[in-house]
Ligand binder design. Structure first.
Ligand code: GLN
Length: 176
C-alpha cells in the first residue's frame, strides 16, 4: 500500500487516492506526497486538480498536508520553479541539503501539534524552510531548523512521517 494511505489507515480513517476532480470533492483532508515537485505540480495541473485544491483550501474547506515535494508547492511564491501556491508564508528551498546521496535520518523535536518529544525524521533530498512569517507556527525542528510548519489548515513537513511507523502526524492532521 502507498505509505501515506497506510499511515492514514493506521491513524483510523479509510483513505482514497485522489486522481480526478470528482474524487477531490469527496475528501476533507488531502495529502500531497513527496516525489519531484515540478512533476507533481505538472500532474496536478494536467488533471485539473490545482485550481480546486487552492479554492477549497482558501475557503477553509480542505486541510492539506504536504511532505517534501508536497511541502515545496505549499510555500511562498518567490518566482522559482515550480511555482509555489503561497498557502504557507515560508520560503521553501528545494534540494537545500544537497543531492540524493546527502539524504539523511535525524531526530526531529516536536514543539507543538502532533505531540511533544522526539521522532525519527527521514529527509530525502529535502527542502529547507526559511524565513517563516510570524503567523506560521513551527511544529517541529531538527537542530535549530524548522522542519514542520503550519498555517491555518495547511501543514508542511520537509521529512517523511509516512515512512516511519509513528502515525501521530497523520492522526493529528485528520483532526485539523
Ligand atoms: N527534491 C525533490 C524536489 O525538489 C523533493 C524530494 C522529496 O519529495 N523527497 O522536488
Amino acid at each position: 500500500m502507498e505509505p501515506h494511505l497506510h499511515a492514514l489507515h493506521s491513524a483510523g480513517c479509510d483513505p482514497i487516492e485522489v486522481r480526478t476532480p470528482d474524487q477531490l470533492q469527496e475528501v476533507t483532508h488531502l495529502v500531497l506526497p513527496g516525489g519531484e515537485s515540478t512533476t507533481l505540480r505538472h500532474l496536478l495541473d494536467l488533471h485539473h486538480l490545482s485550481t480546486t485544491i487552492l479554492e477549497r483550501v482558501q475557503n477553509g474547506d480542505l486541510a492539506l498536508l504536504g511532505t517534501c515535494a508536497g511541502a515545496i508547492l505549499m510555500g511562498r511564491d518567490e518566482g522559482e520553479d515550480p511555482q509555489r501556491w503561497s498557502l504557507i508564508d515560508v520560503s521553501v528551498q528545494r534540494n537545500a541539503y544537497g543531492r540524493q546521496i546527502h539524504s539523511f535520518i535525524a531526530p526531529v523535536q516536536w514543539k507543538s501539534g502532533p505531540g511533544s518529544g522526539e521522532s525519527e525524521g527521514i529527509f530525502i533530498r529535502a527542502p529547507r524552510l526559511e524565513q517563516p512569517a510570524p503567523e506560521v507556527e513551527i511544529l517541529a525542528v531538527c537542530g535549530h531548523e524548522p522542519v514542520a510548519v503550519r498555517q491555518n489548515r495547511c501543514v508542511a513537513c520537509t521529512f517523511h512521517p509516512e515512512l516511519t511507523a509513528d502515525p501521530r502526524v497523520h492522526r493529528w492532521f485528520l483532526g485539523l
